[in-house]
Write a protein that binds this ligand. Sequence first.
Ligand SMILES: *[C@@H]1O[C@H](CO)[C@@H](O)[C@H](O)[C@H]1NC(C)=O
Ligand SMILES: *[C@@H]1O[C@H](CO)[C@@H](O)[C@H](O)[C@H]1NC(C)=O
Length: 265
Amino acid sequence: MRFVIAAFLLPSLATSAIALDVVFPDCDAPPTLDPSPRLPENVSWVDPRLRGGRMLDVVGSLRTGEPLNVIISGQSHPDVLSHVGFIAYARTIGFSNECLGLHMGLVQLADLGDGIGLRGEQLLVRQTFRRHIPFWGTTCWESFAGGNHFRAWKQNGTLANTGAWFLAVSAEESGSKHHAIIPDGYNIGRDLLVSRAVAEDNEEWKASVDWVQGLMEPGSKGINHRIPVDGLVAVLTVRKRNEDEKKPWRSLWTLLRFLLPFLPL
Ligand SMILES: *[C@@H]1O[C@H](CO)[C@@H](O)[C@H](O)[C@H]1NC(C)=O
Ligand SMILES: *[C@@H]1O[C@H](CO)[C@@H](O)[C@H](O)[C@H]1NC(C)=O
């Protein structure tokens, strides 16, 4: 399989610079199709399809892939956009790379249309189910519990250097040796990650979400295991909470909200 992909990839890399001018000869070019690789300032993310990428990754062969169903916008806090910082952020929403190496599975590839072409996942993190076992220490429990995981790629090639993370998120069958994706597992996995990211109980970070339609087809065409998707992509913008948003004020607000219905207004 590796050889098939490599053989496909090399010619496409070699011709990609020329292909850009040939593919959209007569269209009204949207700003991101300007042949100059310089993007307008502060672009959150660029549709990978504009420069030959796609919103599915590659699992084994180019015919199937998992949906890139969450984008961490390039307007997010710089810490979150860095490699180490993103791992730290992921931990605050219940994901960790600590169990890396236990169940790597196949490396998946993605082309984010930023000029780098297909590249292996840059991060694989799993929902954490950590248990402390006396005399042994903390361990990863995820092989019994199933749960969520995601792979991530960074859009930082010179043709679309937005810094955004593109995530393929899915939810797995519990207790499965093969980490099978549950029916509807791509939508469920995405929604679960989003609900944690926007949750008010994260002391350090807050995220806003935009739902984007039209980046991928709804249905199961080309989707790994033919698990249908609703075609929506969640774009998260993650910001650091201000000092005054932190605990004391927020708990006061929570109290006020609780009392509000009882006030004689
Ligand atoms: C880009 O973002 C920075 C930091 O948020 C801001 O200072 C700058 O004005 C923005 N530039 C544009 C063109 O919006
Ligand atoms: C792009 O991001 C990846 C993942 O964080 C990193 O390994 C790589 O060095 C970055 N490339 C550039 C040119 O910054």
